[in-house]
Design a protein around this ligand. Structure first.
Ligand SMILES: Cc1cc2nc3c(=O)[nH]c(=O)nc-3n(C[C@H](O)[C@H](O)[C@H](O)COP(=O)(O)OP(=O)(O)OC[C@H]3O[C@@H](n4cnc5c(N)ncnc54)[C@H](O)[C@@H]3O)c2cc1C
Length: 293
């Protein structure tokens, strides 16, 4: 089922993000988490795509497993970096044939160890190019169920590579106009950033649903890693002050309560959807869901 159809029926949507497991132990933990979380009737789940196509097969396999073994609509992520057009064509054709109805179209970043890679070799430079290609695929009737819904990434605090925020909004609008159906945001910890982003989208004439990415913090070490991975995301002072009261690395209780308050405020402010970054674990996500309701 397409994300825009789901959003029309119900807001806010509740969805989860998973990443493909790299070994059997991680796979069995993830499948356990999916089974636990399925009981909460998520509206959809998404599966990340490793930088530079490093999880191409793993992403595909997990997407198909969720599609065939659960009743949850699934959104594969797909990135441009290190890919040629025929590879992308093959991947999306396989998804279309398997019954996948949505794709999150991203540029991606260069994987570690490939920093010197010349991106001019790639057939799609920006996410906008991939969106346009997916739209063409849809328009040519290559997808039996009326085409993929195409999601794109949004950055409430801005994307670090484009410090000029006016230019950034022009690029973002061009990505939407190329054929995007909805936006899923980068994680953020200050809701005002999301509300401001939403208003700036409205002013730019962007009217597609915005699904907010929320991640409950689990550990101080994880926070440091996340600051690198989710470049541009900042931890507001009110959160840092609370963190100062916790000794040791484990901040899962505080992270859960902060995320509950964040989600409740987002719901009160009419967000279209909450996309929860699960890190492939169910316990904290379930506590968060129960806290929200
Ligand atoms: C919800 C979400 C899910 C993600 N999932 C994954 C994943 O599964 N795998 C993965 O590898 N990464 C993932 N990422 C990370 C993402 O790939 C990176 O953040 C990447 O740096 C930006 O991707 P994008 O799709 O926003 O790129 P783009 O929209 O292409 O933008 C990238 C940068 O280029 C700028 N830009 C765009 N168009 C132009 C132009 N015409 N001229 C000049 N500059 C331009 C933009 O302003 C921005 O700074 C995800 C991010 C989010 C928010």
């Amino acid at each position: 089922m397409k994300i825009t159809e789901i959003v029309k029926k119900k807001t806010p949507t509740i969805s989860f993000e998973f990443f493909p497991p790299r070994n059997e132990k991680a796979a069995s933990e993830l499948y356990g988490a999916i089974t636990d979380l399925e009981k909460y009737n998520p509206d959809f789940v998404s599966v990340t795509y490793g930088a530079g196509g490093t999880t191409r097969d793993l992403t595909h396999d997990l997407v198909l497993k969720i599609l065939t073994e659960t009743s949850i609509p699934v959104v594969p992520h797909l990135t441009c970096v290190c890919h040629k057009e025929p590879e992308i064509q093959e991947i999306i054709s396989q998804y279309a044939a398997a019954g996948v109805d949505n794709i999150l179209a991203l540029r991606g970043d260069l994987p570690r160890g490939k920093e010197d890679y010349d991106r001019n070799q790639d057939d799609f430079f920006y996410a906008e190019d991939l969106v346009r290609f997916l739209k063409k695929f849809n328009d040519e009737g290559n997808h039996d169920r009326g085409g993929f819904d195409i999601g794109v990434a949004g950055f409430p605090e801005g994307h670090p590579e484009t410090p000029n925020r006016m230019k950034e909004m022009d690029y973002f609008k061009a990505k939407i106009d190329a054929g995007a159906d909805y936006i899923c945001t980068q994680l953020f910890f200050e809701n005002r950033d999301l509300y401001d982003f939403r208003e700036r989208c409205e002013l730019a004439g962007i009217n597609v649903p915005i699904i907010a990415g929320v991640m409950p913090l689990q550990s101080k070490k994880g926070m440091v890693r996340m600051a690198e991975l989710a470049a541009g995301a900042r931890y507001p002072a009110k959160l840092l002050k609370q963190l100062n009261t916790v000794e040791g690395d484990d901040i899962s209780e505080l992270g859960r309560d902060y995320a509950i308050a964040q989600c409740q405020d987002l719901i009160a402010n009419g967000i279209h959807g909450l996309h929860l970054y699960t890190l492939n674990k169910s316990k904290q996500t379930i506590q968060l869901l129960e806290g929200i309701s």
